[in-house]
Design a binder for this molecule. Structure first.
Ligand SMILES: *Cc1c(COP(=O)(O)O)cnc(C)c1O
Length: 442
């Protein structure tokens, strides 16, 4: 890591506190599209220049301009234990000495699969992949192969990675099928993805009725995190389960975000509703690129090399990634931090709510476990339509004010804040002080 002189921060000749980040961003844009390897990092929705991070530890990020931040992005979910957990780092280091990739089976992969099966209800077998995108993409191929049906239902505002079948928006007018929401996704692909409304069972029942015996799977985030945090109402998940059973449709819970975060067994455990296929990512890799999908034996045995549905990966089950993921899951199993995380989040909620009330801005807060969202809107957020009502300019200003005061929130009001176990009373206090200042400058 390159050390920068401490004096950078106090350089009075520059307009910005972020001289080095700005320079690095300019340089990055010459050779990387938009200067980033994933769009949200570019700060497009909040404006300004992304801050380049040099290192992290525990609850904190340290940027290239010698400032530190309390981290509520946590790499978009994986770092539930905070950054650089000593046990995880130790496991990675010891595996490094044995080699980084073999392309052969390893014992670590079986240990990982057994660990996941022991924690997650309703599954017998697991296949490891390298990202959440891959997990969801593979899960729907498996569902289609297993059911011999072609269409899937997804919900507006839910994100399942960037594979073609999911980059779909609501079709116009009376169309029952979606249309591509990115150039490069074909109309042919779009016609097989149907769009329903989150928390609206009627919208799902309608699509099933319009496409009899054609729906292979319904996929959703059992708690949505990619339109901000949006909770399922009491009837939603059980209702989907019933519809799926009635129409022989596979229910896929995308637990890339919620898996090992809401509980050891994820949303399935939290809500007592079982899916047919479950996808994972984020926490399961402990900060390395990992995803997975899992199901009962009869479904998973449809996969190659046992069954006809093809799926593969050169680096899948990579030993370094397995070491990091396995240790992270082991620590979660040993320490069961979920209640403590919920308490921290509850405290954050209560205190921020007091400040928002004092300030008199419209707000709506959603949270579950260690997932948390503030929407600047007086309308309760239950789906994508209501999420879109939030005041984005106000969030952008709030975001930058928080940054100035040492708190790194996700740079979009459609993203969830993640609380890690490293957020302690000190960090909460600092966050609330920052919030007070940020709101006073709105
Ligand atoms: C992050 C995310 C994905 C995509 O995972 P990647 O590892 O970014 O490909 C899929 N589904 C959900 C619910 C996610 O939050």
């Amino acid at each position: 890591m390159q050390k920068q002189p401490k004096t950078w921060r106090h350089n009075t000749f520059t307009m910005s506190l972020y001289t080095r980040s700005s320079a690095l961003f300019l340089e990055a844009q010459k050779s990387i599209p938009g200067g980033v390897n994933s769009p949200v990092r570019a700060f497009k929705s909040v404006g300004g220049t992304p801050i380049f991070i040099q290192k992290a530890a525990g609850a904190y990020l340290y940027c290239e301009d010698q400032r530190s931040y309390i981290d509520y992005i946590n790499s978009w979910g994986p770092m539930i234990l905070g950054h650089n957990h000593p046990r995880v780092i130790e496991k990675i280091k010891s595996q490094l000495n044995r080699g980084t990739s073999f392309g052969t089976p390893t014992e670590l992969e079986t240990q990982m699969a057994e660990k996941i099966v022991s924690m997650v209800p309703g599954i017998d077998k697991v296949r490891m992949v390298n990202s959440g995108t891959e997990a969801c993409m593979s899960a729907i191929r498996l569902a289609r192969g297993y059911t011999e049906r072609e269409k899937i239902i997804k919900f507006e505002g839910c994100y399942h990675g960037h594979s073609d079948a999911f980059l779909i928006q609501a079709g116009s007018g009376a169309a029952t099928f979606g249309s591509p929401n990115s150039p490069g996704v074909t109309k042919g692909t779009a016609k097989d993805t149907l769009l329903a409304t989150y928390n609206d069972l009627e919208s799902v029942a309608r699509l099933i009725a319009q496409n009899p015996d054609q729906i292979a799977a319904i996929i959703l985030e059992p708690v949505a995190g990619n339109m901000g945090c949006v909770l399922p109402d009491d009837k939603f998940l059980p209702g989907l389960r019933q519809l799926c059973d009635k129409h022989k449709i596979l229910l896929i819970f995308d637990e890339v975000m919620t898996g090992f975060r809401l509980a050891l067994g994820g949303a399935q455990e939290k809500f007592g509703v079982l899916a047919d296929i479950v996808t994972f990512g984020k926490i399961i890799g402990g900060g390395l690129p990992v995803g997975a999908f899992a199901a009962r034996k009869e479904i998973m045995d449809f996969l190659s090399p046992l069954g006809p549905v093809y799926q593969a990966g050169t680096l899948s089950g990579n030993p370094i990634a397995m070491s990091a993921g396995l240790e992270t899951l082991t620590i979660l199993e040993e320490t069961k931090p979920f209640e403590a995380l919920e308490k921290t989040t509850e405290k954050l909620h209560q205190e921020i709510e007091i400040l928002l009330k004092e300030k008199g801005v419209p707000y709506s807060i959603n949270r579950l476990g260690s997932m948390f969202s503030v929407f600047f809107s007086s309308t309760k957020v239950v789906d994508f339509e209501t999420a879109k009502l939030a005041n984005n300019p106000m969030f952008s200003k709030f975001f930058h004010n928080m940054l100035e005061n040492g708190v790194y929130l996700p740079p979009s009001s459609f993203e969830t804040w993640f609380i890690s176990t490293e957020i302690k009373d000190l960090e909460l206090d600092k966050t609330l002080t920052a919030t007070q200042k940020a709101l006073s400058n709105l």
